[in-house]
Design a protein around this ligand. Structure first.
Ligand SMILES: Cc1ncc(COP(=O)(O)O)c(C=O)c1O
Length: 357
């Protein structure tokens, strides 16, 4: 049956809030009003611009690709959806990593694709294993879908690993769709996979690393002919993007280092604090957090629904239970918080783990 929803997304949006949440996967919101801008900069005269060129040019410049390779979309979410919609027909196979960000699986299923899976294993640092991917790919595979950095583990796929996946895709006549929404939080940040060849399509937004989820500024990068097809699909969902948001996104791109601010330092500090915490605990098993905004430790105590419930009930904090990523003994923890919040959350997590021993 065709999927009509993502239960994970519904849970993520409407779960009860707690004071010291560690569930997030984005950095604190950036205040656009801290930049020197006025209401006139937003061009609020009702004009609506097809494929608003100034934004595509800025995104293209950011990556060193031509504006013809840039498709705008509402967040990485819609970018993923329109890219998949342009590439997949009902009955085609979409090969998706496991564990995976649930809406990716649901979007492929909604489009009528047959979803097949390959494993990223914790004991291998969740790396992409080309042999396993090759074994799972078939002549019906149209898209190999990965996240880089990997959500939930933040594992980084390097250029050689990506090229190996590209090689498999070329062999079966598929594309590699790489959701790069966390890539700019790699240490150091890495170039987009779109530079590795025409079989690569990447998606991203200003949401996670730049703290601008409210702008919904997302994009697809693809070779120009495919980008044109994706634009045409986009026409089915909305004529144009919201223009005031496009203007704000241009302003954000013009001030991107100010928008990024001390985010890399904040993330590094919290990863270090988490690594020290996890290493000192016999009940947690986790590769050292080197990149990204999240980690995905395994808890020796079993199903982490129980851990999350205990955290919520007694400690005013929360994590993302691993069942949402098809690995119930793991949980996802987010690093995108001010130091005091993160340290307090971590302290409470430690107390909860102790209480459940
Ligand atoms: C892998 C991945 N892609 C996309 C998104 C959504 O991004 P956006 O807010 O830009 O739509 C998320 C959010 O959690 C994510 O983890």
């Amino acid at each position: 049956m065709r999927t009509m929803q993502s239960d994970y997304m519904h849970w993520a949006k409407f779960k009860a809030p707690v004071r010291f949440a560690l569930t997030g996967s984005e950095v604190p919101h950036f205040r656009m009003d801290s930049l020197p801008l006025s209401i006139a900069d937003l061009d609020m005269d009702g004009a609506s611009h097809p494929r608003y060129a100034p934004l595509r040019e800025r995104i293209g410049r950011h990556y060193g690709v031509s504006p013809e390779q840039v498709v705008a979309a509402d967040g990485t979410s819609m970018a993923n959806f329109v890219a998949l919609a342009a590439l997949v027909e009902p009955g085609d196979e979409v090969l998706i990593e496991r564990p995976a960000y649930d809406p990716l699986i649901r979007a492929a299923s909604f489009l009528g694709a047959t979803v097949t899976r390959f494993e990223r294993r914790p004991e291998e640092g969740f790396r992409l294993d080309a042999e396993r991917i090759a074994a799972a790919a078939s002549q019906r595979t149209r898209v190999i879908l990965i996240t880089n950095l990997h959500n939930p583990s933040s594992a980084l796929a390097d250029e050689d690993e990506l090229r190996a996946v590209g090689e498999i895709a070329r062999r079966v006549g598929a594309r590699v769709l790489v959701d790069e929404v966390y890539l700019d939080s790699a240490v150091p940040p890495r170039p987009s996979a779109v530079h590795l060849g025409p079989e690569f399509v990447s998606t991203n937004s200003l949401t996670k690393v730049y703290g601008l989820s409210g702008l919904r500024c997302g994009w697809v990068l693809a070779e120009a002919e495919l980008a044109e097809r994706i634009w045409r699909v986009n026409d089915l969902f909305g004529v144009n993007q919201a223009h005031a948001a496009e203007r704000l996104a241009c302003i954000a791109f013009d001030n991107l280092s100010a928008v990024l601010g001390n985010t890399p330092e904040m993330l590094r500090r919290n990863r270090d604090a988490f690594n020290a915490f996890a290493q000192a605990r016999a009940d947690l098993d986790c590769m050292p957090a080197e990149h990204g905004i999240t980690a995905f430790p395994r808890w020796a105590g079993g199903d982490t629904e129980r851990l999350d419930a205990g955290l919520r009930e007694h400690f005013e904090t929360a994590v993302v239970p691993g069942r949402w990523f098809e690995m119930p003994e793991h949980f996802r923890i987010g690093f995108g918080y001010p130091a005091e919040h993160f340290d307090e959350g971590l302290k409470r997590l430690g107390a909860a783990l102790d209480s459940l021993r």
